[in-house]
Design a protein around this ligand. Structure first.
Ligand code: PXG
Length: 438
């Protein structure tokens, strides 16, 4: 164990820095379903790191692939150059994708994937001579990362409010679909709420279709607290987008690579988008990487002009990084060889029963689930929003379980290798902790 570091210099992301630095929680190592802290406690990972370590921690095949690549090809520029693994990963991932999502553009994070997809959408219309289509439509409670594009189409107010005067212009938002009054304790997709997609028709009528480039939504909203799409909702969004020539982007940074029991949420939910944004599970969280998967018609639209000319003026120094490519290829092999997406389908009913078993636990006002995503929503303590959930988070951590909280919701999204005994441990711990807090 290394000596305790001085915590001051690190400005931590999405963290109460002062509280953390006076109450640190430091992770030293990880394996399979568990982290180990620097003080030796074993923590069951109920959230796959941060919705990303789908194959479990330090999977030997992923570790080995990264180690070998680090020693063989540390870096290769992606501009006017390449290396074989990144082409192989593009081929692999697009072959797994539904419909004609035949092209992959690589980034280093979900935020970059989102900004990339939004830029591709606008550039696509302009390349086709439809330069007026620049508006982007997101959704309330949406989370699309923290770039200016992502927070503009996103709908989580704390992430936006400092920047309200400088967000992207011409953005509008669909209403969110979270409604406890109608949908509390729904198992899987809730029955109520498909009509909320019709609001897109009103937005189109207000701005005119000829000004709108794309709609972006998470098929299942993750960060806002696991909001499952109502039956028929995504289908309606698809219909309305198609009718008006608007591109539909699914932000699958969380839902891709097995989370819902298939390679993509689009497959599982049976709705075909024009682009998918990914990250996280693309490398099982082991190396930062994201990708935008684009329909072949979108890609082909750009393939015009002189053949030596750059078609899209966009990319990152680390697009398609060799280490990330190796991790991505290894992750895809592990998912396949271990049948992890199938495993999610098998475990989902057990996970569903477990999540809903907390219906009568103290403070609980809703439980919801799809695939291996689950949420337990707590009644807000009067005058102290989010505090009860934060206490549940620390209570769970002290009891050896990592969960994620957002607002007053506890979110669950375990590695896909989870066993039934771990599922039991998760709900037993949460029940006990909820009993112990006011
Ligand atoms: N889109 C979606 C749907 C996401 O969930 C991003 C984009 C951004 O990805 P990067 O890699 O830039 O972080 C995300 C990220 C939480 C939480 O608490 C979720 C994310 C990130 C941080 C916290 O739920 N998701």
């Amino acid at each position: 164990m290394s000596a305790a570091p001085n915590l001051e210099a690190y400005w931590m992301p999405f963290t109460g820095n002062r509280y953390f630095k006076s109450h640190p929680r430091l992770l030293a190592s990880a394996s399979g379903m568990h982290f180990t802290t620097t003080t030796g406690e074993k923590i069951l990972d109920g959230i796959a790191g941060l919705w990303c370590c789908n194959a479990g921690h330090c999977h030997p095949k992923i570790v080995e692939a990264i180690q070998a690549q680090a020693a063989k090809l540390d870096y290769a520029t992606a501009f006017q150059m390449g290396h074989p693994d990144i082409f192989a990963l593009a081929e692999k991932v697009t072959a797994m994708a539904p419909g004609n999502l035949d092209y992959a553009f690589f980034t280093n994070s979900g935020s970059e994937s989102v900004d990339t997809a939004l830029k591709i959408a606008i550039a696509y219309h302009r390349t086709r001579g439809d330069a007026g289509r620049t508006r982007l439509i997101g959704r309330e409670k949406g989370y699309h990362g923290v770039g200016f594009g992502g927070i503009s189409v996103g709908g989580m107010s704390p992430n936006r409010k400092m920047y309200s005067a400088v967000l992207l212009p011409g953005v509008d938002h669909l209403p969110h679909t979270h409604n406890i009054e109608h949908n509390a304790f729904s198992r899987g997709q809730p029955q109520w709420g498909a009509h909320l997609a019709d609001e897109l028709e009103n937005i189109v009528a207000l701005h005119d279709a000829s000004t709108i480039a794309a709609v972006i939504v998470e098929p299942v909203a993750g960060s806002a607290g696991v909001i499952i799409p109502p039956v028929g909702y995504l289908e309606r969004l698809r219909e309305i987008c198609t009718k008006h020539g608007i591109l539909l982007i699914f932000d699958e940074v969380i839902t891709a690579f097995g989370r819902l029991g298939g390679a993509f949420g689009a497959d599982v939910l049976g709705v075909q988008p024009d682009m998918i944004t990914t990250a996280k599970g693309l490398t099982s969280g082991a190396i930062p990487m994201g990708a935008v998967l684009a329909d072949k018609d979108i890609y082909q639209t750009f393939m015009t002009g002189p053949d030596k000319a750059i078609e899209l003026f966009h990319g990152y120094t680390y697009s398609g990084h060799p280490m990330a490519a190796a991790a991505g290829l290894a992750a895809m092999s592990v998912y396949e060889e271990e049948g992890l997406f199938q495993r999610v389908r098998e475990l989902a009913p057990v996970f569903e029963d477990a999540v809903h078993s907390l219906k009568d636990a103290r403070h609980v006002i809703d439980t919801r689930n799809l695939g291996l995503m689950g949420a337990i929503e707590l009644e807000t303590r009067p005058g102290a929003p989010t505090v009860r959930a934060i206490e549940a988070f620390t209570g769970c951590f002290d009891a050896g379980l990592l969960v994620r909280t957002t607002g007053d919701t506890i979110a669950l999204s375990p590695p896909l290798i989870i066993e039934e005994s771990h599922i039991d441990q998760i709900v037993t711990t949460i029940r006990k902790v909820l009993e112990s807090i006011e």
